[in-house]
Design a protein around this ligand. Structure first.
Ligand code: HEM
Length: 548
């Protein structure tokens, strides 16, 4: 038999097998009815197999918010293979993700993105297993507010560097964007591995962002069919045409995260390791708990992946909204002038006396939540909420846009108004645990047992950078050819397509507010480079290396 005939027989058999798997799994999946006295969550009608996927459009938050106003506090939408239940009110989040967290802290199956490419090790994607629980306990301890505060000197140092860069290296009016990304990557890499990122064009950034891009491209909808239709992963492995490519990615990503891990282990052996998350992780009894080094290296890698682009995207969004809102800048300037004065820029010691800047941190997280399809958890058992029945195996997602843009709670929700949060003087963590669901400031860090463990680090970064930037500059739109200021676009069109919230590159000018602030900015960065900063108890120099 010629090879072509063999292949053609093979592909008929194969197509039949795939179709069979699909139909059986689909029928089984759809066959769940609500038990007596309960009802399924309402939602829009969709097409067979693909459900509502095609109705979502390029800006899913728009359609989802429209549906939320039709269907109320919970709604069901079929995206790809999965049924998603969106939680559209703080009460639904509290009752389902906080109070029933023992059964709503999973993650949806991703046979390629999680099992193959991540080898099952990627912390963010792991479902609710004993291993995830052990890891979460360690991560939680290493990122409490007080441990996170030990990285404040690094954040202060990097913020001085950032403000200097914005002032001296933004001639094309758009390089500020990558200076912000350098800041957040350096903070997260310093806190994880004790390594600074001094320049955006660097080996660390190329390697890490290359890995992150490869990973996000390979988990984008449609990238791997078996992630769209998980039952496909049950076909024999020799028929899984995607497997080899996915395993190649796994090999490359493991190599990168293991390189960072092994370097630090070497530094520990030589008693030269910087004070950082991974050093503290290595000092725990993780091995006795059955956690492998590869697993630990992926947890550290997840911190870097989860902590860099999220924070830079929020800060770049804040810059965009500030450029569009000079009145907000003017109010911040008044507060900063009263509290901080002119001779030095703000530090964390000013934080409690800068309520408007703190409110601004919350307002940017409200107005531009980190994703536009919410924060997906996964029901690992049947869930009941009021008279709604949510079967095991449903994705349950906090729909931040519905909650954050609720006009009964936020007047003109599209306007950037930090003053909304002047009555929320505490940090996000303090509000997340309160019993009144409406006492929460915002839902951008998620909820329940999977709430973002990096939120304290992220809030500290956003506070110190915004305080220093606003202390030093007027943030102005570019000047057009006709001499007028460009109108800044803060609409959805100013954001990239895709699930993550990422402002498109835009132009903006950082004008020093006066000559004294300009001199102070130069002096502070020059002094910081000479003085270095503290990582834990250890003084390090500008290269992040312990001073002799
Ligand atoms: C503005 C910045 C940030 C935002 C908006 C953000 C938001 C989120 C959200 C929504 C989740 C999922 C929560 C859930 O499932 O309920 C998450 C998870 C996570 N975040 Fe953040 N994050 C930010 C910064 C950071 C930073 C700086 C770090 C670490 C240094 C970090 C580490 C993590 C990790 C490790 C997870 C996975 C937790 C798990 O699956 O159990 N994040 N983050």
């Amino acid at each position: 038999m010629a090879i072509s005939q063999l292949l053609s027989h093979f592909s008929y058999a194969y197509a039949g097998l795939v179709t069979g798997v699909l139909i059986i799994a689909y029928l089984k999946y759809r066959a769940r009815w609500a038990p007596a006295g309960l009802r399924r969550v309402p939602g829009p009608r969709g097409l067979p197999l693909v459900g509502n996927t095609l109705q979502l459009g390029p800006r899913p938050q728009k359609q989802l918010t429209k549906w939320a106003s039709e269907y109320g506090e919970v709604m069901q939408v079929q995206i790809g293979w999965e049924n998603w239940v969106f939680l559209n009110t703080p009460q639904a989040v509290k009752e389902i993700l906080d109070k029933q967290s023992a059964i709503t802290s999973g993650r949806a199956p991703m046979p390629v993105g999680n099992d193959l490419i991540s080898g099952g090790y990627r912390f963010l994607l792991m479902t609710y297993t004993p291993t995830w629980r052990k890891l979460r306990t360690i991560v939680h301890k290493l990122l409490t507010p007080s441990v996170s505060n030990t990285f404040m000197p690094s954040q202060l140092f990097e913020a001085k560097n950032l403000v200097f860069d914005l002032m001296t290296d933004n001639a094309n009016e758009e390089d500020f964007y990558m200076h912000v990304r350098r800041y957040t990557t350096s903070v997260v890499l310093t806190s994880t591995y004790g390594r600074r990122v001094q320049k955006w064009q660097s080996e660390d950034v190329e390697e890490i962002y290359g890995l992150m891009k490869e990973f996000s491209d390979s988990t984008a909808p449609g990238a791997f069919i078996a992630d769209m239709i998980p039952p496909l992963a049950k076909i024999p492995t020799f028929l899984q045409w995607w497997r080899e490519r996915a395993l190649r990615y796994q090999y490359r990503q493991t190599k990168i995260w293991m390189k960072y891990w092994s370097n630090l282990m070497l530094q520990i052996d030589q008693k030269q390791a910087p004070e950082c998350f991974v050093k503290h992780f290595a000092e725990t009894d993780y091995k006795a708990q059955g956690i492998s080094e590869v697993q630990a290296a992926f947890v550290a890698g997840t911190m870097i992946e989860a902590g860099s682009e999220t924070t830079s995207s929020s800060l770049n969004s804040a810059i965009l909204y500030l450029a569009a809102n000079p009145a907000v800048q003017a109010r911040a300037h008044v507060e900063l002038d009263e509290v901080v004065g002119l001779s030095a820029s703000p530090t964390f010691e000013h934080e409690t006396r800068l309520p408007y800047i703190r409110a601004m941190v919350k307002e940017i997280l409200r107005i531009r939540p980190v994703t536009n399809i919410g924060t997906p958890h996964y029901a690992t058992a049947d869930v009941t909420y009021k008279d709604f029945f949510i079967p095991k195996g449903t994705v349950i997602s906090i729909h931040q846009y519905a909650i954050h843009y609720d006009t009964s709670r936020y007047e003109n929700p599209e306007s950037f108004r930090p003053e909304r949060y002047l009555n929320h003087p505490l940090k996000a963590g303090a509000y997340s645990g309160q019993s009144d669901p409406y006492a929460r400031d915002h839902f951008d860090f998620g909820a329940g047992r999977r709430i973002c463990p990096g939120m304290h680090l992220a809030e500290n970064s956003l506070f110190i950078t915004l305080a220093k930037i606003l202390w030093a500059f007027h943030i102005k739109p570019p000047i057009q050819a006709d001499g007028k200021l460009q109108t800044m676009d803060t609409s959805d069109d100013a954001y990239e397509l895709g699930a993550n919230t990422l402002p498109k590159s835009f132009k903006v000018r950082f004008i020093p507010r006066d000559i004294t602030r300009e001199q102070v900015t130069r002096q502070e960065w020059s002094d910081a480079q000479k003085d270095g900063f503290f990582l834990g108890q250890v003084k390090v120099n500008v290269d992040g290396v312990a001073s002799a």
